[in-house]
Write a protein that binds this ligand. Structure first.
Ligand code: ASP
Ligand code: MG
Length: 389
């Protein structure tokens, strides 16, 4: 079997949902388990709704809620033809929206949100998008089963950044998903959402649907995990900067991790680590151009692969030059520089050292700026802004 994960832009509206249902239907002989993100932008809107509710700003909250309701009603109305099915789903979505409305009201009355309550709010996006996709599949005569991810993805209790428990998820997934796949039914579930052992809703952190897909693929021993997004895969360079950039056929996990570290946004490799560790290939594919082969992320660099996979860059950095007061090789100098950066919570993007000093490139954020100031204790510093790596 395979895992197919669709990101928010892949299910942005009714047309896209139809397209995704089509893609899944065409691959049903590969026995897909489908993991889906919230409709694009919905998680941000839910966060906004929760913070408006907490601030008691009802006038501002109402339009945000209406917008969420409208987007889901349009998505379902436009992606399902069968009128009975459309009607049933509309009732279901309205019931979920009503739950959300009550939850937001409770937050407004209390004037506070806990991380735990916030996870319950954020989970609505994936819980609704997955129901819409499951119905759109059924509409194409695919036997599709909607599953509540809280009954499959077991996590710890770190609300907002929960860690999947692979052992428990393996048990749950095998008992729930394997029989479906065996009888040819396509399981559809929302990503990003899980539950604690006592059934409290958790989320895996932003972008967490990739993690859901990787964890499920890993525990089910999938043949391949497909991450469907809105680009052709990982590229040789940022296509917004380099017009001649082209998709890579294959990258190693380490290369993908380096690219993400330097700003490539397609895939956060940490999220697919459970799959890569078990040697399950992860393929990044484009929902809008399904015929293109995408990029395969493998555990090791493929034999004969080019020495340089890709060029990435990050701008807006601070370059801090620290001169060594002793003007001779001092093995502890670089260690002091690194320790000061670490103490400020800053990780240098690049560090260079010479006999007379060190140069570190830091993010221009609170930690980086604090480190730039603190580094002066080791010697005279020169700070330059707007630098790039
Ligand atoms: N919907 C969640 C987010 O926007 C999770 C995901 O899309 O992977 O962060
Ligand atoms: Mg997303």
């Amino acid at each position: 079997m395979i895992v197919m994960k669709f990101g928010g832009t892949s299910v942005a509206d009714a047309d896209r949902v139809r397209r995704v249902a089509e893609l899944v239907a065409e691959r049903r002989d590969r026995r897909p388990v489908v993991v889906v993100s919230a409709l694009s932008g919905v998680t941000d809107r839910l966060l906004e709704a929760a913070s408006l509710a907490r601030a008691g700003r009802r006038e501002a909250l109402d339009p945000v809620f209406s917008d969420l309701a409208r987007r889901h009603r349009w998505a379902l109305a436009g992606s399902i033809d069968d009128s009975g099915r459309k009607h049933d789903l509309a009732l279901e979505i309205d019931a979920r929206l009503d739950d959300l409305r009550q939850l937001l009201r409770a937050i407004r009355v209390l004037g506070e949100t806990t991380a735990r309550a916030l996870d319950t709010v954020l989970a609505f996006g994936e819980l609704m998008s997955s129901r819409i996709l499951a119905a759109a599949l059924a509409d194409r005569d695919v036997e599709a089963c909607w599953l509540d991810p809280r009954e499959v993805l077991a996590t710890d209790r770190r609300f907002g950044a929960a860690e999947p428990d692979l052992e428990r998820t393996a048990e749950l997934a095998t008992s729930r998903l394997a029989p479906m796949a065996a009888r040819g039914a396509v399981a559809v579930l929302g990503g990003f959402v899980g539950a604690t052992p006592d059934g409290i809703t958790t989320t895996l952190g932003r972008g967490g649907s990739d993690t859901s897909a990787a964890v499920l693929g890993a525990v089910l021993g999938a043949e391949e995990i497909q991450i469907w997004t809105d680009v052709d895969g990982l590229m040789t360079a940022d296509p917004r900067i380099v017009a001649a950039a082209r998709p890579l056929d294959r990258v190693s996990f380490a290369e993908a991790a380096e690219l993400a570290y330097y700003g490539a946004k397609v895939l956060h490799p940490a999220s697919i680590e459970p799959a890569v560790r078990r040697g399950i290939p992860v393929r990044v594919l484009n929902t809008l151009r399904p015929a293109s082969p995408g990029t395969l992320v493998l555990r090791e660099v493929a034999a004969g692969a080019p020495a340089v996979a890709s060029v990435a860059s990050r701008s807006g950095l601070l370059a801090v030059r620290v001169s060594s007061p002793r003007l001779r090789v001092d093995p502890t100098f670089l260690l002091d520089v690194a320790t000061t950066c670490a103490r400020c919570g800053a990780t240098p993007d690049v560090t260079a050292s010479s006999e007379i000093g060190a140069l570190v490139a830091l993010r221009n954020d609170e930690a980086g700026r604090a480190a730039a100031v603190a580094l002066a204790q080791h010697g005279p510093t020169e700070v330059r802004e707007a630098m790039a790596v």
